[in-house]
Write a protein that binds this ligand. Structure first.
Ligand SMILES: CC(C)(COP(=O)(O)OP(=O)(O)OC[C@H]1O[C@@H](n2cnc3c(N)ncnc32)[C@H](O)[C@@H]1OP(=O)(O)O)[C@@H](O)C(=O)NCCC(=O)NCCS
Length: 191
């Protein structure tokens, strides 16, 4: 299973992705904004991640879909995006993502999120996506708003970052299918 956009291919992580994943999340500026990325980040961490995510892709009732983001022009993995905690009964899931620092501010996460949100609402038939973002994560808070997510509250001192051991307040965002329909129109008209 893979999703494709103009510049990107989103697909299951392969063993050979490990180098690009280490290059990307090995960067402290990425790890410090995510909850479960050790720092320094080693080859074995990436291989472990790839093995675990592949197992989850094989589950009969799928609860997590993690994609590697491949930049078509360079055949390089420049990021990752996931739909986790998928609960088909409840119609909900959680999303998370990163982009290699060298590739920031090129609209790549916007492009990836458009196709992932379409997939989550139209194919998985979900009703709501959640996103938890450190309150001090400027880029990600801006991204959520751009994608139509609604800030619903802040969980004070609710997460300790594995890489830095800093305790963060987390903003809780929700995106309903109807929020996405509105935001999608705006985003597509801008293209
Ligand atoms: C958050 C992240 C994935 C954004 O990726 P990106 O490909 O650079 O994002 P885009 O280029 O698609 O930009 C999306 C919007 O985010 C905002 N944005 C992105 N980087 C920003 C920054 N450094 N400061 C302020 N706003 C920023 C902008 O509003 C931008 O829209 P615009 O260009 O139309 O103004 C990337 O910064 C990242 O990997 N950060 C570290 C890991 C992380 O925080 N992951 C999310 C955890 S919740």
């Amino acid at each position: 299973m893979q999703l494709e956009t103009k510049r990107l291919i989103l697909r299951k992580p392969k063993k050979s992705d490990w180098k690009d994943i280490v290059e990307g999340v090995g960067e402290l500026d990425i790890a410090k904004m995510m909850s479960y990325i050790p720092h320094p980040y080693k080859k074995s961490d990436a291989i472990d991640f790839i093995k675990k995510t592949n197992k989850k892709w094989k589950q009969k009732i799928i609860t997590s879909m993690q994609f590697s983001i491949e930049l078509k022009a360079e055949k390089k993995i420049i990021g990752g995006i996931g739909i986790g905690d998928i609960n088909k009964f409840s119609g909900t899931a959680q999303t998370g993502s990163w982009i290699n620092k060298k590739y920031w501010r090129n609209g790549y996460i916007t492009e990836a999120k458009i196709i992932v949100n379409d997939f989550a609402f139209d194919k998985l038939k979900l009703r709501r996506l959640d996103s938890y973002v450190y309150r001090d994560n400027k880029a990600s808070n801006a991204t959520q708003k751009k994608m139509g997510y609604v800030l619903e509250g802040t969980l004070r001192k609710s997460k300790k970052c594995m890489a830095t051991e800093i305790i963060h307040d987390q903003n809780v965002y929700g995106l309903l299918k109807e929020d996405w329909k509105k935001a999608r129109k705006k985003l597509i008209n801008k293209e």
